[in-house]
Design a protein around this ligand. Sequence first.
Ligand code: SAM
Length: 319
Amino acid sequence: MEEAELRGRDADAAVDASRDGPLRKRDRTRGTSRPTSEGLAPGLYVVATPIGNLGDLSERAIAVLGAVDAVLCEDTRVTGGLLHRFGIDRPMVVYNDHTAPRVRPEIVRRLREGQALALVSDAGTPLVSDPGYKLVREAWEAGVPVRAVPGPCAPIAALSIAGLPTDRFLFAGFLPPRRAGRRRELAALAGLRATLVLFESGPRLAELLADAAELLGDREAAVARELTKRHEELRRGRLSELARAFAGEPPPRGELVVLIGPPEETGTAADAQAVDTALREAAARLPPGRAAREVAAATGRPAAELYRRLRELLGSGRR
Ligand code: SAM
């Protein structure tokens, strides 16, 4: 948040939008049951907040946050700062991995009684590597409407500028911090025909890129850093090039998204090797039939063909 860029007239305009009322008039009449005292339909509002640039908080997000009965947040210092910045004064309830099991029943009770509550995370879209999924599920199960107030999301922002295929992508969040676990997960992703979107910290970045080059093949990749902030940067290249470049400089500071393109051509040796890697990894955890089906689901290849290939691999003793 240190890069707050909404200043002067823009900031005033944004705050004015919240004073105009929680929602535009036609929106106020929507919803399934009675409105709250502020005119907002009851329910759980999942509100995306900026990942750096405060100008990315939407007009609708400001309006909803200004009208709910309470804001559920990971950290009151972070969200309190954001609300203050926009002239919003609503009670906050801490909802994070530590408090969730204890406070969730009370939150669901409040929602059932007809309150309007907003769920935010420290930054970006809640539930995306952030808390909230169990709350959303329990809200629906309790018959409470859940509304999206969409906006910033680091993986999507990174995808939108990386120049890698976007028709099919898999967001895998943070891989395990230990090398063995990370390599196991990379091997399991090897046969997938999709762009991979990962989070990683600066100190582990070069090692992740080197492991990915080895286990996935030397694919096109990108590293997005500090999106929407003053030092925003996107580095593109082959995995091996990026691994070498980052290994030769101090670990990058700030927040990172790593993107790895899909295997490039079907039927090439590299492609077949990626499938073999995935089969071996799956067979180390599962009986052969289930291993072949798992890789079939990930790659779209016929399970019977993969089963035959796995028998060959196991027969040749190369595990
Ligand atoms: N829910 C968030 C979202 O929608 O963006 C992601 C939360 S996750 C706990 C935090 C991770 O997102 C960071 O460690 C970093 O990898 C990534 N991230 C968040 N903000 C970023 C930014 N401005 N630039 C690059 N990556 C960012």
